[in-house]
Design a protein around this ligand. Structure first.
Ligand SMILES: NC(=O)c1ccc[n+]([C@@H]2O[C@H](COP(=O)([O-])OP(=O)(O)OC[C@H]3O[C@@H](n4cnc5c(N)ncnc54)[C@H](O)[C@@H]3O)[C@@H](O)[C@H]2O)c1
Ligand SMILES: [Zn+2]
Length: 678
């Protein structure tokens, strides 16, 4: 390549990498696979090496990708957070081992091999053993302060445990990854699919999108997890062990969640053998892994080697290829969801991928198909990373047959023939017919499921029959089933029919949260349903509540319910059809059992509290629950009627307002004292 072409290509590569960085780090919605992204970076690094004249200090090859986003305070790490150099090849891994041996002029060195967690990098600071701050990697120098959100992570302890032989340093930055389990990922994506929202491609992107939510209440509804494995600034520095292996034991002793296993290796061969072993077992880990990290074990020797502007010289990531295969796209079928969303599914010529046979893959929505120009009869590339749902990532155009025509998304619902609609601002296309049999079936199955009303005998097969016969068109119909009708159903015997009717009857007095969950309101899972039951105490008050009951001056009034969810709830009941369903359920004799008011406490009866800032040990949710359990109210905004403002660190305008209005301001310790009845 001549220098002029190289300069042009380097420019193009830098622009394209910047574009993908923005999508990946800030929006958590990458357009290309990691493999393709890494290839762009490799090409740029190679060109910069060949044409050093065009190498720049601020080239993406020299910097840590920046994840900082709007709405968060920046916080400067006491010690920089680095990225890792990476490779996909055995040969380069051997070269790395050899280079470290050469640079240190020693052959007998120990390396540790660890899982590379595919989450979101975070630094958690403990001072005097107490959790004080959580910050994203940002640009490596400063990141977003996500302390309030990190406090919703149940597995992240507020305090480090001190044990014999493992001192707790005065100050330590501990590095790790925030992630979502596959199960939680599927649950949330399922809800998004029902709501017609864009799906997240993998748990990493969803975890990244979640931690950057400005509303900790929304974060708390998704069960984020954390795993910690590295160290940053430590004081006093003597309070650290001499090896990475020992540090791993310390992290465990402090009571922090860490990686399942570490391997010790002494040569390139041993390192590669450990990587193979890790690859074979990583499917059983709770988090997704995208490779292995190989680190020099000795911490003093790590210091000797130091770091480049971007990554330590003593570590190297080995990335696993996501498994990919080509196969024929035989057909595109359309699935109808509970809320009528029409989801296209790829029907594939079965193909072996990551140890399983894949014959179906999600195509997400009509615009995804159009963007990738996927046509029936095409040869498509299917990718499956770990346990993740297989996805069609592109078309092999060289194999496109001339008779393949662009895919036309159906204009009518395949289940009932109603013309499909696309609501403004939504990617999804829906069947608007409330009595569409597939939607009804799904709604009733959800309502009767274990997680909702738990009606025994109302499984999929029974629901199918009830819907097919036309006996159940809406949820209230369940409470008007006719015994004689039921007895006409082929296999049904008297005994099971009576049992089913009794189970349906008994469900009328189930706990309130089960009904709320069973209605299938977008975003409202079991946890949120419990919050709503506690606050509203009945179906009618819940249906009547306005936005004001949830949000005042942009702040959530109810712990656990944020702006998005509140809008979904109010929107649901504003719909005449849904409203009639609720009215008819009540008319049919549904009388849910309300939770005892305010958790039974009276200590705080008549008192209103406002929470602001970060409390030292409690999350805002926990504090709100304790206040409500004692009979108090928690409000989102300060007024003259506020009894107390509970302020933590970095309390902002609410504290100022409290001081202006002369409202009493207390801290967490005082709140606990009051709760203890002192
Ligand atoms: N698809 C896209 O558009 C796109 C865009 C940007 C970045 N990316 C992906 O992100 C990668 C670059 O991101 P990166 O700089 O975060 O690097 P990286 O993810 O390749 O590796 C560095 C990170 O690994 C993490 N890590 C996980 N387990 C670890 C362990 N046991 N020990 C030490 N660190 C561990 C750390 O957070 C560290 O910051 C690229 O390789 C690419 O795959 C993709
Ligand atoms: Zn339909």
């Amino acid at each position: 390549m001549n220098p002029a072409d190289a300069a042009q290509r380097i420019d193009d590569l830098r622009a394209s990498i910047a574009h993908h960085d923005e999508l990946y780090y800030r929006q958590a919605e990458p357009e290309i696979t990691d493999r393709d992204y890494d290839a762009l970076k490799q090409e740029l690094a190679d060109l910069e090496a060949e044409f050093p004249l065009f190498a720049l200090a601020d080239s993406p090859t020299q910097k840590v990708g920046d994840d900082r986003s709007e709405g968060f305070q920046n916080y400067t790490h006491r010690e920089r957070m680095m990225s890792l150099d990476n490779t996909y090849s055995d040969e380069e891994m051997r070269e790395f081992i050899a280079r470290v041996q050469r640079d240190l002029e020693r052959e007998e060195l120990s390396f540790v091999v660890e899982p590379k967690i595919d989450g979101l990098a975070v630094s958690v600071t403990y001072e005097q053993g107490k959790l004080v701050r959580a910050v994203t990697r940002g640009n490596g120098v400063e990141g977003d302060d996500i302390t309030a959100n990190a406090r919703t992570i149940a597995s992240l302890p507020n305090e480090l445990k001190a044990t014999a032989g493992v001192p707790v340093p005065d100050v330590i930055e501990i590095r790790g990854e925030i992630y979502l389990t596959l199960e939680e990922f599927q649950r949330i994506n399922g809800e998004r699919e029902e709501a017609g929202l864009q799906l997240y491609a993998n748990p990493r992107n969803l975890a990244a999108g979640t931690i950057k939510q400005l509303d900790p209440a929304v974060v708390a509804q998704r069960k984020l997890e954390i795993v910690l494995y590295g160290r940053g600034y430590t004081e006093p520095v003597e309070a650290l062990p001499a090896t990475q292996e020992e540090f791993f034991a310390w992290v465990k002793a402090w009571g922090l969640p860490t990686v399942e296993k570490q391997w010790i290796a002494h040569s390139g061969d041993e390192v590669l053998a450990a990587i193979r072993e890790l690859d074979a077992m990583r499917g059983s880990f709770a988090y997704a892994t995208d490779g292995a990290v190989v680190k020099l074990d000795s911490i003093p020797l790590q210091r000797t080697l130091g770091a480049t502007s971007k990554a330590p010289r003593w570590a190297m990531a080995y990335k696993f290829e996501a498994e990919r295969a080509e196969t024929l796209l035989r057909d595109i079928t359309i699935q109808v969801g509970r809320t009528g969303v029409l989801t296209p599914v790829a029907e594939l010529e079965p193909v072996q991928l990551a140890g399983t046979t894949v014959s179906r893959a999600t195509l997400h929505n009509a615009s995804e198909i159009a963007r990738k120009d996927i046509r029936i009869g095409d040869t498509v590339a299917v990718e499956k990373a770990g346990e993740i749902i297989p996805a069609v990532i592109g078309v092999n155009l060289e194999k496109r047959k001339p008779e393949c025509v662009p895919y036309a998304f159906p204009e009518a619902c395949p289940a009932c023939g109603t013309a499909a609609v696309q609501l403004e601002g939504e990617v999804a296309v829906r069947c608007p017919n409330r009595e569409c049999p597939v939607q009804v079936r799904r709604r009733v199955i959800h309502f009767a499921s274990r997680a909702c009303l738990d009606i025994e005998g109302l499984g999929t097969a029974m629901v199918d029959q009830l819907v097919d016969k036309g006996w159940v068109k809406r949820l209230p119909d369940l409470y008007h089933l006719n015994r004689d009708d039921l007895l006409t159903l082929g296999k049904s015997v008297e005994k099971s029919t009576d049992k089913l009717l009794a189970a349906i009857e008994a469900s009328k007095t189930a706990e309130l949260w089960r009904f709320i969950h069973g209605l299938g309101i977008t975003h409202v899972g079991a946890a949120a349903a419990k919050d709503l039951a506690r606050v509203f105490g009945g179906l009618q008050p819940l249906a009547d509540a306005t936005m004001d009951a949830y949000i005042r001056e942009k702040e959530s009034v109810i712990s656990g319910i944020g702006q998005t969810m509140a809008e979904a709830i109010v929107g649901f009941f504003a719909d005449a059809y849904n409203r009639a369903v609720v009215d008819d359920l009540i008319a049919a004799g549904v009388q849910p059992e309300a939770p005892s008011a305010g958790g039974g406490g009276t200590l705080f009866a008549g008192l209103t509290f406002v929470l602001t800032g970060t409390l030292p040990t409690l999350t805002r949710n926990e504090a709100a629950e304790m206040i409500e359990a004692a009979g108090g109210k928690v409000s989102g905004s300060v007024s003259k009627k506020t009894s107390f403002v509970v302020a933590g660190s970095e309390a902002g305008s609410k504290l100022a307002k409290a001081e202006k209005l002369g409202v009493a301001v207390i801290d967490e310790a005082k709140l606990r004292e009051m709760l203890a009845g002192a």
